[in-house]
Design a protein. Structure first.
Length: 209
């Protein structure tokens, strides 16, 4: 007679649907990015070290691509991650833009276009969730726009650093990323409207079933 068998924790984790998992590498990376936001503010305003703040901001922007790659290629896409990742993007981008606007490193036109877009999208997301719409997945244009802006912001910061020898080149390259980044970000925001209508209709149908 065979005795009772106990499934190992590893085997149990394999049985948990991947999208229901809370602790994944991409989610840990997203939380680490949020935890580094105060460090960025301290470097910029506490130590007045624009170069170090720019380096950290660039690293945080790069990790957005890293966690997305890990999630897709190692089957670590999760429901929590689909919310946490864009939230981390939005918080990091908004804090960085406001900080650079206060510092005077980013052109006001770029800063306000980013902030207005982020406020509109955030209000739309909250409003749709409140009225029962289906969650809308992040679009490639929005992710690409955010990535381009996260490249531009550290360069704008370096371009405003009097101790950085290549500040004029950094400022020029920053505009090369900021302009297409704004176009992609606003394109994603505009195309969000018809997608929101569909999500709202599907959410209402689902609630009636």
């Amino acid at each position: 007679m065979q005795g009772p068998s106990f499934a190992s924790p590893h085997r149990y984790l394999l049985l948990v649907p991947s999208e229901d998992r809370l602790v994944t590498v991409p989610n840990v990376i997203s939380l680490a990015r949020l935890a580094c936001v105060p460090v960025f503010l301290w470097l910029l305003f506490g130590r007045d070290d624009r170069a170090a703040a720019a380096l950290l901001l660039a690293a945080l922007g790069a990790t957005d691509w890293v966690d997305g790659y890990i999630a897709r290629h190692f089957n670590q896409v999760s429901t929590v991650g689909k919310v946490l990742d864009p939230t981390a993007d939005r918080v990091l981008l908004a804090v960085a833009v406001v900080a650079l606007l206060i510092d005077g490193s980013v052109p006001p036109a770029v800063a306000w276009l980013v902030l207005v877009r982020e406020v509109l999208v955030s209000v739309g997301v909250v409003a749709l969730a409140a009225i029962g719409a289906r969650r809308i997945d992040v679009q490639w244009a929005g992710k690409a726009g955010t990535l381009a802006l996260m490249v531009a912001l550290p360069l704008f910061l370096l371009g405003h650093d009097p101790h950085f020898g290549g500040r004029h080149l950094a400022n020029f390259v920053a505009w090369g990323f900021a302009a297409p980044g704004l176009v992609l970000a606003w394109f994603a925001a505009v195309t969000y409207i018809p997608r929101a209508r569909v999500a709202l209709a599907e959410g209402r149908v689902g609630s009636e079933l």
